[in-house]
Design a protein. Structure first.
Length: 254
């Protein structure tokens, strides 16, 4: 969406605050022995308690086999995105866990994701997580009114290259605000000055997704979960922001 007045901004800020708070609590609840279904329930309950609506639950993009069945996407280790929470999936010490959550408040949609370890994790995995998070910051720093979508993709890709990591090309950021996904798609790679231009007041979700191995992914049997083909782990960080002439405001701070 394109922001049209201060009310839009206030509503989005409120939605973003709820999302940040819920995601923080969910990230803190990541422990060995916890099921991914329990984390999903926690997210959904907190969202509804705030008078908001989980926006991924029952979301069915064109081409999807069936609606997404949960509030929270939980993708563990070689799962890249859109992992479906399950009573059978018990988290283990050392797992790398991506939590991706969207909600709407009064019709205003925001989207955010973080990746955390169960327990202390390992140095190689930490490097992947740090780089993906750094790439999100680099993407945000490259975002400006009148700039190009390619500026953002290039900034994100540059971090992956420098760290020897791979960019998952099928997945990326998008505009947001009035729907779960809005155009344009924002690839996590590209060239400065290419692609669409960013208008004043646009609401965007940037979301670098990197792997520690090859970039190729496939979709699992459940038809939702993306997994790396080589079994390497993936990390995902996402924030929703509003871009105006006065700069970028992050609506979903970590
Ligand atoms: N969070 C994803 C994104 O950022 C969207 C998830 S769609 C769902 O684009 F249906 F899987 F929830
Ligand atoms: Co998103």
């Amino acid at each position: 969406m394109i922001l049209k007045d201060n009310n839009d901004l206030e509503q989005l800020r409120h939605a973003g605050k709820i999302l940040s708070d819920v995601l923080k609590v969910c990230a803190k609840a990541v422990h060995a022995g916890v099921t991914t279904a329990a984390l999903d329930l926690l997210a959904e309950d907190m969202i509804r308690a705030e008078g908001a609506i989980p926006s991924f639950l029952n979301y069915k993009p064109s081409g999807a086999a069936y609606p997404y069945p949960a509030a929270l996407c939980i993708s563990v280790n070689d799962e890249v995105v859109h992992g479906i929470p399950s009573e059978e999936h018990v988290l283990q010490d050392g797992d790398m866990v991506s939590l991706d959550l969207g909600l709407s408040y009064n019709g205003y949609f925001v989207d955010s994701a973080v990746t955390v370890f169960v327990g202390a994790g390992d140095a190689k995995g930490q490097k992947l997580m740090d780089a993906t998070r750094e790439a999100l910051s680099a993407g945000i720093a490259a975002t400006k009114v009148g700039g190009y979508v390619g500026d953002i993709g290039a900034a994100i890709e540059k971090v992956a290259k420098r760290k020897g990591l791979s960019v998952v090309e099928e997945l990326g950021g998008h505009a947001v605000g009035k729907h779960v996904h809005e155009k344009p798609f924002i690839a996590n790679f590209g060239r400065p000055g290419e692609g669409e231009r960013i208008p004043d007041g646009m609401v965007l979700a940037l979301e670098p997704i990197f792997t520690e191995g090859k970039k190729t992914v496939s979709v699992a049997e459940d038809q939702w979960t993306y997994i790396t083909r080589d079994g390497s782990r993936a990390a995902h960080f996402e924030q929703t922001l509003v871009v105006t002439k006065s700069g970028v405001e992050i609506l979903t701070p970590f």
